[in-house]
Design a protein around this ligand. Structure first.
Ligand SMILES: Cc1cc2nc3c(=O)[nH]c(=O)nc-3n(C[C@H](O)[C@H](O)[C@H](O)COP(=O)(O)O)c2cc1C
Length: 344
């Protein structure tokens, strides 16, 4: 009974906060900006994320070992949030691990607001974002992380990185190594953010060289966040070149770039002409990508549009070891509990 009640309470609170914020913005003649509602929600969660009421067990028989890291549930939180109370809340609900939102070398403001919106597509709630990787910078983020309750030995932590050059990735990696995180962790290379005007694989910071240089510095597992926009041939070339690189995890995908115009959205929805679509409408593409990646015999994290036990069953059957969820836990974090119950 606790799950439907708390899931309903969460969704009702979220709806009410958003309605009040949008109502206020409308009265003041401002553009709708979901980020204000997100900050209010984060502040509320900061007051209650440690309550025992939110503790749910991870499934007894569903742990997964990926490159030597043990995840007590196949459900992980995809890199999209750095807010510690939120990450702690999702771990309490039973997530097997979290990947912290992409870290950059220096603090970065990201794109102008509004840069995230909730939309309805194919009868589901989705997000479109053009955040542009706003960031406190790796030093501040690592300091926050080191003093946080999310560092527990049973839940591996992913550290997502984005740099402008190979040297940036090397420096980011060295900072992580210097922090000597006391828990199992992996590095994720965010080579596919659609909101920076280019992708790493097309720019002069060649992804294969980045992976090799990070691997030369550390033996921690490296997850490569692949772009859903890359053709199968591009992926094949990339993965084949890395065939001898040990402990590589393939993360099936990031958000899908669309212009506002192509989605039939008003030009005022975001400050940018387009953004990354996330949520259920991208699930089928995720499933196809997992099926394609299976032949490379590398652990796969299926990310994109996952929020139900059926989604998880489908991608695990297709060859994934873990799933990464972002939009699903924003819309209803109790999806974590429902998925875990399915594997209990
Ligand atoms: C608000 C938001 C911020 C995100 N920020 C990042 C990020 O910093 N790094 C990253 O690799 N992916 C980022 N993503 C992409 C997610 O990690 C994930 O790949 C994508 O949302 C697809 O999963 P979903 O359909 O479960 O949301 C972000 C997604 C959202 C919605």
């Amino acid at each position: 009974m606790r799950v439907p009640i708390f899931s309903g309470l969460y969704r009702a609170t979220r709806w009410a906060i958003t309605a009040i914020v949008y109502g206020y913005q409308r009265i003041r003649g401002k553009r709708y900006d979901l980020e204000t509602a997100i900050h209010i929600g984060d502040a509320l969660l900061a007051q209650c994320h440690t309550w025992p009421l939110f503790q749910h067990p991870t499934p007894a028989r569903a742990s997964r070992v990926v490159c030597g890291l043990t995840f007590p549930s196949p459900v992980t939180i995809a890199a999209f949030k750095a807010d510690i109370p939120s990450l702690n809340f999702w771990l309490a609900l039973g997530a097997g691990g979290v990947c912290v939102k992409t870290l950059r070398l220096t603090p970065t403001a990201g794109n102008p607001r509004p840069r995230i919106a909730e939309i309805s597509m194919q009868n589901s709630r989705c997000l479109i974002n053009a955040l542009g990787l706003p960031n406190a910078g790796i030093d501040a983020q690592l300091a926050t992380l080191l003093n946080s309750p999310i560092l527990v030995p049973e839940r591996p932590i992913g550290l997502s990185l984005y740099g402008e050059s190979i040297a940036d990735y090397e420096t980011l990696t060295r900072r992580i190594l210097a922090a000597s995180l006391p828990v199992p962790h992996y590095i994720e290379l965010n080579s596919s953010c659609p909101n920076l005007g280019h992708d790493t694989n097309d720019s002069n910071t060649n992804l294969v060289a980045i992976v090799r240089s990070v691997r030369a510095l550390t033996s921690v597992p490296i997850s490569i966040k692949l772009s859903p926009m890359w053709a199968d041939e591009t992926l094949d070339t990339l993965i084949t070149e890395l065939i001898n690189c040990p402990d590589i995890i393939l993360n099936s995908g990031n958000s899908h770039y669309h212009t506002l115009d192509a989605l039939g959205l008003h030009a005022d929805t975001l400050s940018m002409p387009g953004g990354g679509l996330t949520g259920t409408p991208i699930f089928n593409a995720t499933l196809r990508r997992v099926q394609m990646l299976r032949s490379y015999n590398r652990p796969i994290i299926a990310t994109g549009g996952i929020s139900t036990p059926q989604h998880v069953s489908a991608v695990l059957a297709a060859g994934a070891s873990l799933v990464g969820i972002a939009t699903g836990v924003v819309v209803d974090p109790y999806c974590i509990v429902r998925i875990n119950q399915h594997y209990a």
